[in-house]
Design a protein around this ligand. Structure first.
Ligand SMILES: [Zn+2]
Length: 419
């Protein structure tokens, strides 16, 4: 529990307005503004944290929430609190939609992200009809849950907030949202310096995605970590060969070695963490990944080689190596699924599809792989192939929600294009 934070809760938007909210308006939702240090604030809206660092030359926003109108309302709240609205930089911790969908609110800002974050955001399918339909379904599920819950319970309040946020997302998906990728990218690290406070943006290795970055403000002892940590007790990714624990540990070493005792950690979602949590998480990273053998992983091999020689070259190299030593590499469905999701996210749909076909030959009863094969086929415009793959998924795992939803969408859309 942090006792040094001063939090204020404010209604954002115009709840008393007589007129109905305009299309894309955020409507009424609550946001907590936490002044973490003199020059650093965090705004929590729903379960998302948005960071702001004030420099002499402008404001830096860390992550931009779930939709343009939500982010616009938060930006107004931040500007009112700080007495300034010179938003000059945006940093995306990673490209997931719930962290980058408000980027377009800052068209003049320099948007900073990992080079693969740019690919990920540029390939976003968030604005597709299928995605809008999926968010509308989520909105109606939230309304149903709210109707079923005790209206005075804390749970009902949480669902109400989530529903208002989801309502804003759905409204923005009706032609307002535009994928707005980072404009300034890097592979290892970059910094914003020379404006009274130095801000380091550091790639922390594959984990939650293949492009997670930390934002570290050493003079203020504040670290923004995106979705790498789910809490002070674990990571938002499994321990497998597509996570780079040694790199994460070395980045944490660098931050902890600064000696600051009162480090504040702002994760992408939920409660803030402390130095004690970081030390624990570094220990966990060492411990849990000890048995992971990246040199034995076929998915690791394909991931590394495909970056330079593409899918065909990587697959040929792997097949050659496996012919020479059949026991050299393990094909893990879980790891292949992570890699396929990453490639799909970055718009490398053909490579993902071929990777999944290759893996399904070796693990033909994996619902995980079949479900993703359905997504890959749908993304490449092959509706009949997607239908067959989703049906196979349900044969192996009848409760697979993604496959049921995929089939329902294919019925409703009668093969409309994926984007
Ligand atoms: Zn994420």
């Amino acid at each position: 529990m942090l006792t040094t934070l001063s939090g204020t809760t404010a209604q954002v938007g115009s709840p008393t307005s007589a007129a109905p909210p305009a299309a894309g308006a955020a409507g009424e939702f609550s946001a907590e503004l936490h002044r973490l240090r003199d020059r650093v604030i965090a705004v929590r809206c729903g379960n998302n944290n948005v960071g702001v660092i004030a420099t002499a030359a402008g404001l830096i926003v860390v992550d931009t929430h779930r939709s343009p109108s939500l982010m616009r309302a938060l930006a107004e709240r931040i500007a009112t609190d700080l007495g300034r609205d010179d938003f000059r930089w945006v940093v995306n911790s990673h490209g997931h939609w719930d962290h980058a969908s408000g980027n377009q609110v800052f068209p003049e800002a320099i948007r900073i992200g990992h080079v693969r974050c740019r690919e990920y955001v540029a390939a976003s399918t968030l604005g597709s009809p299928r995605s809008r339909w999926s968010h509308e379904r989520r909105l109606s599920r939230l309304s149903q849950r709210l109707a079923d819950s005790d209206p005075t319970s804390p749970d009902a309040e949480r669902i109400r907030v989530d529903r208002e946020i989801e309502r804003a997302v759905v409204a923005d998906l009706d032609g307002v949202y535009l994928p707005t990728p980072p404009t300034r990218t890097f592979a290892e690290r970059t910094e914003i310096a020379g404006h009274g406070v130095t801000v380091q943006v550091i790639y922390c290795g594959e984990g939650h995605t293949d492009h997670d970055v930390f934002v570290w403000v050493p003079e203020e002892r504040v670290l923004f970590t995106g979705d790498v940590f789910c809490s002070g007790h674990g990571f938002c990714f499994s321990h497998h060969a597509l996570a780079d624990a040694p790199r994460l540990v070395s980045v944490l070493d660098e931050i902890l070695e600064t000696g600051s005792e009162d480090i504040l950690v702002v994760p992408g979602h939920g409660d803030f963490l402390t130095r004690v949590d970081l030390v624990r998480l570094r220990g966990l990273a060492r411990e849990r990944f000890e048995g992971v053998r990246p040199e034995k992983s076929a998915a690791r091999f394909l991931s590394d080689h495909a970056e330079s020689v593409g899918w065909v070259g990587a697959a040929n190299r792997l097949e050659t190596a496996m012919r020479r030593r059949p026991d050299r590499y393990d094909v893990s469905a879980d790891e292949v699924a992570v890699l396929a999701e990453r490639w799909l996210g970055r718009g490398r749909v053909d490579d993902a599809r071929r990777l999944l076909d290759w893996a399904i030959e070796r693990a033909p009863d994996s619902a995980l792989l079949w479900g993703l094969a359905g997504d890959a086929r749908w993304r490449s415009g092959d509706a009949p192939g997607a239908r067959r793959a989703y049906e196979r998924t349900l044969e192996f795992l009848p409760r697979h929600r993604g496959a049921s939803e995929g089939l329902e969408w294919l019925r409703l859309s009668a093969g409309s294009p994926p984007r």
